[in-house]
Structure formats: structure tokens, C-alpha cells
Design a protein around this ligand. Structure first.
Ligand SMILES: [Zn+2]
Length: 253
């Protein structure tokens, strides 16, 4: 089984970084046969190729461009200048992201199909799903609020989870997803618009206020949204884009 990105042994192309720690030698001199000059152009070309094969990374804090050192399991690579974290190892990050995404899809489905809140009024319990609440906002001439709730709590979380599944599942099965780069960019664009936690905050404030005038019963969907909030955070923590791109280039070759 393939483990997470950080668990893989350093690539042989990184070898030059270790060699660079060795005492510097004159590339133009053949040390096995002192006095004999080597062809400098050939030596420089070989060094150039080795350097070019090592990936570059720009620090997101101070913009310093640097060579990527090898990363061991559980390790963190920091910027040489400002010490900001460049990337870290996510042991089994790929498998955990996929499992958490599957869990999040189920929670999102429950959150949208079951009542989010129930109110006891004159002996009757009136239950409402999130979609009904959006429908009511639309009909009560609060269209913009309705659209905002729909986009940030239903459409965007669903798109994020579908995009994640589309990218992860084929790679797990050893296949390269079609339009990988486009879906990856879509995923990055969708993420800032997922606001399940804002909805939770809004619902909790409303619950406290409503509890004074009527009996309020939290629905299954509310608990599901609360769990979804934590699972989405866990997905974000386990997701390793570098590992995803590495698997993609391996499956394509
Ligand atoms: Zn930096």
C-alpha cells in the first residue's frame, strides 16, 4: 500500500543536496589524476542538470526562492530565511483525506435531508429543513440572503466534497483523473466559500433568542452540521496538495 507523501523515501534526484555538504572541489580538476584538466563544460553541464532536476519552492511569507530539501516522516521544512513553514509531512494524509471526505459527504446529506430545527407552538411541533428555510427566505423577499445561505452551506460544501472525491478516488485506484488541474483549481476556488461554521453560529444565536418565546428542538441536521464542521476541518488538516500532485505525475508516467 502506498503511504502518505512524507512517508516516501527521498528521491534519488535530491542526492546533490547531500553531496553539496562535502568539501568543495574544483570541478575543472581530475583528482584521480592530478595535473590533468577535465573538460569544464561537461562537468558544468552535469551539475546544471542535477540542479535543474531538483524542484524549487518560493516561501509564501518572504518570497525567497529555494531548493526543496528531502522530507522525512513527521518532518517540517522551513524557509531558510524567515523560518516560515514551507511544507510538512502528512503521514497517511491521502488515505485519511479520502476517508474523512466520505464521512463528510454522509454528514452533508443528513444535514440537508433532515430537519434542522423544530419549534413547539400550541402543542404542535413544527420542523423545518435547511432547504425549506432557504425557500421561505426566497418567498419572503429576502432573495439575496436565501441565495447566500444556499451557496455557502449547500452548494459550495457539496462542490468541495465532490471535487475532493473526483481527485482522490481515481488516484487511490491507480488511475489519473481527467482534467485534474482544472478540478484542483476549482477546489481551491470553492474552499473560501464554504461557511458551515458561520451557519452554525447564526443558528445557535437564533436558538438562544427563540428559546425565550417558544420551545425549540434542535434537529438531526443541526447535530450533523456541527459534526460536518469538525470533519471538514480535519479534511483540510489531512489534505496534502504536494502528495496529490506527486501521485498524479506518477500515475501519468
Ligand atoms: Zn521565508
Amino acid at each position: 500500500m502506498h503511504s502518505g507523501g512524507g512517508a516516501t523515501p527521498p528521491d534519488s534526484r535530491y542526492d546533490w543536496t547531500n553531496r553539496s555538504r562535502a568539501p568543495k572541489m574544483d570541478p575543472g580538476r581530475d583528482f584521480r589524476h592530478p595535473g590533468r584538466e577535465l573538460d569544464n563544460t561537461a562537468v558544468e553541464q552535469a551539475q546544471d542538470t542535477r540542479v535543474k532536476n531538483t524542484p524549487l519552492i518560493a516561501c509564501h511569507e518572504c518570497d525567497l526562492l529555494q531548493r526543496e530539501p528531502p522530507l522525512h516522516e513527521g518532518g517540517i521544512v522551513r524557509c531558510a530565511r524567515c523560518k516560515a513553514e514551507l511544507y510538512r509531512s502528512h503521514p497517511d494524509g491521502f488515505e485519511r483525506t479520502l476517508a474523512l471526505t466520505a464521512g463528510a459527504i454522509m454528514l452533508l446529506a443528513i444535514a440537508n435531508l433532515f430537519p434542522i430545527i423544530g419549534m413547539k407552538l400550541q402543542g404542535q411541533v413544527i420542523e423545518i429543513t435547511l432547504f425549506h428555510a432557504i425557500e421561505m427566505l426566497w418567498n419572503k423577499d429576502m432573495k439575496s440572503v436565501g441565495v447566500l445561505v444556499f451557496v455557502t452551506t449547500m452548494l459550495m460544501p457539496a462542490l468541495e466534497l465532490l471535487a475532493l472525491t473526483y481527485l482522490l478516488l481515481p488516484l487511490r485506484l491507480g488511475r489519473a483523473p481527467v482534467h485534474f488541474a482544472f478540478v484542483f483549481r476549482l477546489l481551491q476556488a470553492v474552499k473560501p466559500w464554504v461557511m458551515v461554521e458561520v451557519l452554525m453560529l447564526g443558528v445557535l444565536v437564533s436558538l438562544v433568542k427563540l428559546a425565550k418565546i417558544a420551545g425549540v428542538v434542535p434537529g438531526i441536521a443541526l447535530w450533523s452540521f456541527a459534526a460536518l464542521m469538525f470533519v471538514m476541518a480535519a479534511v483540510a488538516a489531512a489534505f496534502d496538495p504536494r502528495d496529490l500532485w506527486r501521485r498524479m505525475s506518477e500515475s501519468g508516467s
